[in-house]
Design a protein around this ligand. Structure first.
Ligand code: AMP
Length: 319
């Protein structure tokens, strides 16, 4: 599996990448994490990147591509990898394609994680990370009153908020995403690699959706249910070669139509039969009334309306 997770800041790429690492046993490559580590270590690259990151802008392509090239040369990526936060623009995507083609290991899937804008800003505001294990938490999904520490690490170190997770920087990061990263949806869509999932709601449910999308057999690339339905509705009917054998779905469609037609026919027939029966009954009744003796005819039951009419006509009886 050689996967790219696409999505705006706060869409959950980091959280879901960590879960995919557990699930598939392949490493997560996060350019954000690599850059933060360089900043923390105070390397020349880190010193250069720090100000750019804190302003919410993109670090220059040459720096990021150099980092990626180095990382892809490490042995643990032989079985696959999850790219999180890379590529961030078309130039990076093209460079990645070239690198992977040279290695003979092209991408196998790109998943776009869709989250509405308001939810993104809320998630970023609540995001806290562990400096020790890198795990990402969110104060909004933690139990009320829970200590802001990492339950995963010995000594439970305190969680910290990324310096670029502040309101002003977030606005800039979302702007940069729209202008530079979103065009990748078209880029990978054109390569037939893109799948989208609705990345709102329960974290476990999103993981399940993601795993489902990534595990679906080739040629039948799964999409989010909503996406699949939408596409199915707007897709024009597939053209068939003349004389081609009907596929399974076409055959079942024809069989279904015939079944429905037969059902309607039977219904109409039954309706006509009931109508004829009622008509015959009424005819027999009226014939019986007309042929009965006068006395019997008088005794025949009168309708309520006829009785009322008769009562109205008759003068009121004196008491
Ligand atoms: P992230 O953790 O992915 O949100 O990244 C944090 C910051 O690191 C971004 O706002 C950028 O400044 C920088 N960064 C991460 N990945 C890239 C990339 N692929 N290209 C350029 N800058 C990046």
């Amino acid at each position: 599996m050689r996967i790219v997770l696409l999505g705006a800041p706060g869409s959950g790429k980091g959280t879901q990448s960590q879960r995919l690492v557990q699930r598939f046993g392949i490493p997560q490559i996060s350019t954000g994490d690599l850059l933060r580590s360089a900043v923390a270590r105070g390397t020349p690259l880190g010193i250069k990147a720090r100000a750019v990151m804190e302003a919410g802008k993109l670090v220059d392509d040459a720096t990021v591509l150099g980092m990626i090239e180095e990382r892809l040369a490490e042995p643990d990526v032989a079985r696959g990898f999850i790219l999180d936060g890379f590529p961030r623009n078309i130039a990076q995507a093209e460079a990645l394609d070239r690198m992977l083609t040279a290695l003979g290991k092209p991408l196998t899937a790109v998943v776009q994680m869709d989250v509405p804008y308001a939810e993104l800003t809320r998630r970023i505001a609540g995001r806290r990370s562990c400096q020790n294990c890198g795990r990402v938490y969110n104060i909004y999904s933690m139990p009320v009153g829970a200590a802001l520490v990492c339950p995963n690490c010995p000594g439970n170190p305190p969680l910290f908020q990324r310096p670029d997770d502040n309101e002003a920087t977030v606005v800039e990061r979302l702007k940069v995403y729209e202008a530079q990263t979103r065009p990748l949806v078209g880029y990978y869509g054109g390569q037939g690699l893109l799948q989208s999932i609705d990345a709102q709601g329960d974290v476990d449910a999103i993981t399940a959706l993601l795993v489902g999308v990534l595990s679906s057999p080739a040629g039948e690339k799964a999409r989010s249910v909503a996406g699949a339905t939408k596409r199915a509705k707007s897709r024009p009917a597939a053209k068939k070669k003349p004389g081609a054998k009907a596929g399974k779905s076409a055959r079942s469609k024809v069989a279904g139509k015939a079944k429905a037609k037969a059902k309607t026919k039977a219904k109409t027939k039954a309706k006509a039969k009931t109508k004829a029966k009622t008509k015959a009954k009424a005819k027999a009744k009226s014939r019986a009334r007309n042929t009965a003796p006068k006395s019997a005819r008088k005794a025949a039951p009168v309708t309520r309306r006829a009785a009322a009419r008769k009562k109205k006509k008759a003068p009121a009886r004196k008491k």
